[in-house]
Every structure is written in C-alpha cells, then in structure tokens.
Design a protein around this ligand. Structure first.
Ligand SMILES: CC(C)(COP(=O)(O)OP(=O)(O)OC[C@H]1O[C@@H](n2cnc3c(N)ncnc32)[C@H](O)[C@@H]1OP(=O)(O)O)[C@@H](O)C(=O)NCCC(=O)NCCS
Length: 196
C-alpha cells in the first residue's frame, strides 16, 4: 500500500508531475507531495531507493545532481529535510529527520577565489562565454540506523553518524559522530551518551 498511484502520481496532489521513474520505493511509502522532487536531476537508474514504510512530508527536497544517488532505510521519516547529493547520501532505517535539516555531500563551490569567480560565471545561464564549472569536491554522507536529527541541523560532506545517535537542534556537524551519543553546537561536539 502507498499513496502513490500506479501512474506514479501522488493521490490528491497539487503538484502536476509524477514521482520520477528512477525513484524506487517499498510498500507503505507515504509521499505528501511529488514536489519534493522539484530539484531532482539525477539520471542514475536507481537514483533514489526508499525502503518500506518511508514517510516524506512536503517540506523535503531530494536535490540530487546529475549523478547523485540516495538511499533511505525502512520506517525512516523525513519531515522537512533537504538532501543535496552530487554523489551519495545514505540514510539508515528508523531515522527521524526534522524540519529545515540540510544534508549535503559537497560544498558545491570551490574555496579558491579565482575558481569561485569562474564558477559564478559558469552558473550564469545567459552569459555567452560561460566557462566550464571547476570540479566539485564530494564526500559521501552516511547516517546510521535509528538516528534522530533535530530541527535546523546541518550535516556536511563526509560525515558519518553512528546508529542510535541524536543530532540536537541547530547543530552543524562537520566530523564523524559515534554511535549512541547526542551531539550539538557549531561545530557539533558530543553533549552526552545515550542508552542503546
Ligand atoms: C537533543 C535534545 C533532544 C536533547 O534533549 P535533552 O536530553 O533534554 O538535553 P538537555 O536539555 O538535558 O541538555 C543537555 C545539555 O546539552 C545542551 N543542549 C541541549 N540542546 C542543545 C542544542 N540544540 N545545541 C547545543 N547544546 C544543546 C544543554 O544546554 C545542556 O548543556 P549542559 O549540560 O552544559 O547544561 C534536545 O536538546 C533537542 O535538540 N531538541 C530538539 C528536538 C527537535 O528538533 N525536535 C523536532 C521534532 S523531530
């Protein structure tokens, strides 16, 4: 059972487009609106793989780049997260991901000043001499099972989060998080350990 019809349109949706064909989902998938795929550009045949009983509410956005992929495990709930994947973002099962959470596997622009100027020109749609975009640095993000990410947290490139851990509201996570801990702050540090 799912509220996505056989023609991949979401039931009673105001958004006029279907769920993209390279989004695979298990039984019990709940999608509040297919507008969560408004920034979905991936051409990978298995770009997004959602497990069973995954729930995605309309504040979410799967902003997958041309080669980006993402997976979400069974019973995970995404309330209003933006997933930005140039390469790979993995989310485990039974995860709870709150409002205004950002998860990104790249910084999307180079740090070096000259390269950044070039990138700005490369991204101007009507500029006649658009240069090629400089290469992006990417590092996959891996979020373990049963992780809870609070409101407004940011999970940056290369981060891994161990199972059962909690990211406090507003945290900026830049380093690996072990399992069974609460992290918070900017940059996020371990606040306390939690019972398994
Ligand atoms: C992570 C969280 C659940 C922990 O709650 P808790 O166990 O009751 O934590 P406490 O209030 O006992 O705080 C423990 C310590 O962490 C600090 N802390 C708590 N939340 C913090 C945060 N968001 N950022 C930084 N530090 C935080 C507290 O100041 C306290 O520090 P101290 O020991 O120096 O006094 C809670 O802080 C949180 O972020 N809640 C928001 C959850 C959310 O986003 N829900 C939306 C629906 S999914």
């Amino acid at each position: 059972m799912s509220n996505v019809n056989a023609d991949r349109m979401v039931q009673d949706d105001w958004w006029p487009k279907p769920v993209p064909p390279n989004v695979h989902f298990g039984a019990g998938f709940y999608c509040e609106s297919a507008q969560i795929f408004r920034h979905f550009r991936s051409g990978d045949p298995r770009a997004l793989v959602l497990g069973e009983h995954v729930s995605c509410y309309s504040g979410c956005s799967f902003a997958l780049g041309e080669r980006g992929t993402c997976s979400v495990g069974d019973f995970s709930l995404l309330n209003g997260a933006i997933i930005m994947a140039e390469e790979r973002v993995e989310i485990g099962s039974h995860c709870l991901i709150s409002w205004n959470v950002g998860i990104a596997d790249s910084d999307f622009h180079p740090l070096a000043a000259a390269e950044r100027r070039m990138d700005a020109e490369a991204l101007a749609p009507f500029f006649q001499n658009r240069p090629p975009r400089p290469a992006l640095r990417v590092a996959p993000v891996v979020i373990g099972d049963n992780v809870w990410i609070g409101m407004g947290a940011l999970i940056l490139k290369g981060v891994t989060i161990g199972e059962n851990s909690v990211v406090a509201a507003g945290a900026v996570v830049t380093k690996p998080v072990p399992r069974n801990v609460v992290v918070g702050g900017n940059p996020a540090v371990v606040i306390k350990e939690i019972r398994a």
